[in-house]
Structures are given as structure tokens and as C-alpha cells.
Ligand binder design. Sequence first.
Ligand code: LFR
Length: 494
Amino acid sequence: KKPPAALAFDLGASSGRAFIGELVTGEDGLKQLRITEIHRFVNEPVEIGAHLHWDILMLLKELKAGILKAHQQGFEPASFGIDTWGVDFGLLDRSGELLANPYHYRDPHTTGLIEEVCAMIGEDKLFRESGLQLMPFNTIYQLYAMKKAGSVPLEHAQTLLLTPDLLTYFLTGVKACEFTMATTTQLFRPDERVWNEPLMDRLGIPSGLFLAPVHPGTETGRLTAAVCEELGVPSMRAIAVGSHDTESAAAAVPSGSSSFAYLICGTWSLLGTELPDALLTPEVRELEFSNEGGVGNTFQLLKNIMGLWILQECRRKWNKSGAEISFAELTHEAGHAEAFRSLIHPDDLRFMNPKDMEQEIARFCEETNQPVPRSRGETARCILESLALRYHIVLEQCQRLTGRHFSELHMVGGGIQNELLCQLTASAIGRPVWAGPVEASAIGNMLVQFQAGGEIAGIEEGKQLVKRSFPIQTYEPADADKWQEAIARFNRLA
Ligand code: LFR
């Protein structure tokens, strides 16, 4: 008999992946989670005129390819689940057709709108009613930008589906709204757990677009007969997972206690801790943390840090000139570059989507009277050290906000393959880093599916499973004095 299996799609801002998760029995007689990557594809935004879009139909095609490959490789998943980045969405007309290509959250059309919306609503009220760090790409500003531009699709829209819900809808024909994604819009109230219709009314955003959210673990539909026929595969259930990748990853952190800090490392870095409810204090607003709805009725108090995006963008530029340089090579060069030569403030909005990331870093260094990095290695070193320093600051803030003390930091996600970053982080925070698993989002995604299918009792059991099934690498802090000095220098930059 085949072990219980689930198909997890994890779509990130630079690549998408499909994994099969299977519950197998280990040599010790205990359940283990075995994951197999069956499909991987590049996810690149597409520029059209002044706008930046996701290639949503390409993504659908790749999901179908993943379903087909699972079948061809002999897997029989009972269900599938999709997680993606937050905030983005597609609009459907009254016959259920997609009205336009979804915008990419780095599209410049929301520039300046935080200020404009704050002037209308008040920053305080906006935070209290959403729990979110005000970030230019939040759904609220995207919709407000479209409304201001007289967007025809918005005028004709009947339903808004956030990206994972949209892709699931393409495969099942069923429209649903998953809770963790809903909480990234800044239009959902974490305290009352309802859509903020008065806020939508104030901004002229049609409130009828939003469906009532369902919680992770809800079965929302099945593959349509048409999709099954097209691919020649049997039908399977669609489960609303922690559809926001960050929440799936947080659910997979192999912590032993209920009070732990984590750092999810991908294109973004998300540093935070899990709480039973949103923390809506003025201090949380001032330090610009977010309360995001999580798996298992939790809220995740976390902060967005610009992350490896900065390095990805430099690499994209370097690769344009011909020979491809891998992240491993870049990290190797960074490892040999001089330490603490130049530092940047990673969360400066200038790094959100500059034309030329390398040049933007150089400008920052010039403006702050630091030497400009002269090589790829020096640039990469500058980015990695600056991120580690930022993690230190944000971890301290997270302790202050929650009154908790964290004696170590869990790191998960693709970014932990960068061992230099893990080591620099341990040193910057002055405590051990426990790194693993790499594929946290996909794992959290399948845990929710197994729970929905009755294969595991809950997320706690899931975390035990993760601990048993994946290696965790420990990094110990080093060079305490040098890092103290660097922290002081870094603090003067931000
Ligand atoms: C990480 C992430 C963050 C979200 C950002 C943009 O992949 O989902 O949580 O703030 O992408 O959507």
C-alpha cells in the first residue's frame, strides 16, 4: 500500500516548486515526512509599458505540469495545496473570467500612496484596524492606485481572488478566500476578523469584491473534470493551506516550545514570533511590525526585511554581461572579501526596486561616507553583513515588543543554503542559529493537507515530524567584539 501523499505547490517571487510529501514509517517505527521535488520553474515578472505583472497563465501551466509529473512518477496525492507570496490578486468579472493580468507587488503604481491614504485615514487607525506594517505594495494601496487611475477592470470586477486562491480557482472552478492571505491585504481586521468595509468605502474600493475567509485546512474543491481530462489524471481535493508562503513556513519551524523566534529567508527575510492573537500596541506600530494571520489560529508578529532580493538583483545585473555566476560562487567571493568594509540599511525603500541595485548600494555608501564596494565579492559581503545586522536589531525589537527572551533563532527557507549568511547571523545576534528545513513553506503547506486528511492530529505533531525528518544545522556566534562595533556603526546608518 502506498503511503499517504500530498502535493504542495510553493510559488516564490523568483521560482516555483512542486513537492510530493509522503508519510512513511522510519526504521524506529515512527512516522517520518519524506519530500520529493518533482517540478521547478523560473518565475519572472513581465514588464508591459510602465507596469510590472505576473505571468499568471504561465504559472497555471506550470502547476498543471506539476500535477502531470506527480502522476507520471507514480504518486497518488489525495490533495494539493498552493502557497505564494502575499498581497497580489486577480479580478474576475461576473461570468468568472479573469479581467486583466495581475500586477506584481513591485509595480511602481503605489508609490506615494501610503502618505496619501494615511492623510485621509490616519496612520494610527490604519494600523489598529489592520495590524500591518505600512508597506507600499499592500493590497489596499494597489486597489487605491487602480481606483485613482480609473481602472476599467476594477470597474467591472465582481470578485477579487488573491494569487493562491486565483490559481486554485483555475484548477477547481471554485472561488474561495483563504484567511492567511486575507490578512496581508490591510483591508481585513485582525481584532474582529472581518473585512473592513468602512475603510473600503472611505477609499472608494468596492467592498463586494471580497469573499468570507476560510481557515487553512478547509477543503475548497476538487480538480475539474476538464483539467483531469486534459492531463489524463484522476481528480484530487484542493485544500486551502497556509496559502501565504510566510505562514506555511512559520508553521513548519521545528520548535520545541510555544515561544520561539524565527527568520524565514527567501527573496524576503521575515523575522518574528508566534502569538495567539494580534498585538496592536502603539509600540508595534512605531517599530513597524506586522500581525499576519497564521496557520492554526495564530498570529505571526513579524517584520519584513528586504532580504536576499538585494543580492538577487545584483546577480541579475552581473549575469546580463554573459557568464552566469551562481549564488554559491558569489558567497565564496563574499567569504574572502574584507569584513565590515561598507554597510547599508537594507530596509531603505530605495532598495525596493531600483533600476540598478549595485549602483544604488554604491550611492548609499557614498552618501554615508563609506568606501564603495569594488568587486562582486565586496558587494555581496556588504549585503550579507548588513542583513545580519538588521536581523540583530529586529530580533531585539521583537523581544522588546513581546517581553519574551529568545535564546536562539530558527532559520528556515531557501536562503539558509547560504551558510555564510547563517554564520554571520549567529555572530550578529550573539546566539546560536538553528538552520532548517530549507523547504519550510512546502512542508508547512503539506502539513496542513495531512491534517485536513486526518493523517496527523495537528501542527504540533507536524512540527515533531519535521524535527525527526530533516537535518538541523547549528551555527555558533563568533567574533563578539567586532560585531559589537559593527552594530554601533550600523545603528548610526539607519
Ligand atoms: C514572502 C512574502 C512576504 C510578503 C511579500 C510580498 O515571500 O510573502 O511575506 O510581505 O512576500 O508579498
